[in-house]
Design a protein around this ligand. Structure first.
Ligand code: NAP
Length: 248
């Protein structure tokens, strides 16, 4: 597995970045997807290459199908696809549902749900034994928001992650006999810049006392779970949803 390509959407920052570095350290050829921050993506690729790892950065807004097609085309030229990490995800500004615009809701669903399903579609076409592939793994990054619902914060985001959980169960069963394992991780409060993009940079730290373990998690702790799911050590795991949340 480890000489194969892993595509990580949103691999330029946060959890995706940590997963990219961890995957490269285990010998994967890493495709670092990013939406707009080329500097951050280049920095990840540079760090990997400095340690003799293999990585490329590819701009891909997963809300745009043509970008997804280009991402997988670039990955095809880089080697045999072994894994997809559907990590790219966005939140809107903190709001009640009675304050949300249709445009905001549609954008979140398009990026978080449609983008993940379209990336999985392209991965299945390449990895499924039904299509002549050699199997592989898809890891979807959900959120504990899927079960908590995120009232007064972003229920649209929470609902999009609920969809990811259902998608994981269904796709896992659909391709289980075709050499592909599918799993999801539900991170809890993780120390990344996503909270700032929701308008509250300090959100995770503020809520840390509510976590049973009394602390927020690191991107590296989520990356460890991603790498385990991708590895053969998780060879009998599919359709599963793993909370990595300090008990939240
Ligand atoms: P982050 O720090 O905000 O990083 C987001 C990453 O996704 C960046 O690489 C960004 O690229 C990329 N991205 C943003 N919009 C994109 C789009 N439309 N298409 C493709 N890539 C896009 O986020 P994070 O906290 O690491 O979150 C990663 C995943 O974990 C998300 O699915 C999120 O919902 C989930 N999650 C996070 C937490 C948490 O507390 N952090 C908790 C639960 C779940 P650029 O660098 O180009 O902007």
């Amino acid at each position: 597995m480890t000489d194969k390509v892993v595509i990580i959407t949103g691999g330029s920052r946060g959890i995706g970045r940590a997963a990219a570095l961890a995957a490269a350290a285990r010998g994967f050829r890493v495709v670092v997807g990013y939406a707009s921050n080329q500097k951050a993506a280049d920095e990840v690729v540079g760090q990997i290459q400095a340690k003799n790892g293999k990585a490329i950065a590819v701009r891909c807004d997963v809300g745009i199908e043509a970008d997804i097609m280009a991402l997988f085309k670039a990955a095809d030229a880089f080697g045999t696809l072994g894994a997809l990490v559907n990590n790219a995800g966005i939140v809107g500004a903190t709001a009640r549902v009675d304050q949300m615009s249709a445009e905001r809701i549609q954008r979140i669903m398009t990026v978080n749900i449609t983008g993940s399903i379209l990336c999985a579609r392209e991965a299945v076409k390449r990895m499924s034994t039904r299509h002549g592939g050699m199997g592989g793994v898809i890891v979807n990054i959900s959120s504990v928001a899927a079960k908590l619902g995120s009232p007064n914060t972003y229920v649209d985001y929470a609902a999009s992650k609920g969809a990811i959980d259902s998608f994981t169960v269904g796709l896992g069963q659909e391709v289980a006999a075709e050499g592909i394992r599918v799993a999801a991780i539900r991170p809890g409060l993780i120390d990344t810049e996503i909270h700032a993009s929701g308008g509250e940079p300090d959100r995770a730290h503020r809520l840390a006392p509510t976590v049973p373990m009394k602390r927020i998690g690191t991107a590296g702790e989520i990356a460890n779970a991603i790498l385990w799911l991708i590895s053969d050590e998780a060879s009998y795991v599919t359709g599963a949803i793993l909370d990595v949340s300090g008990g939240r």
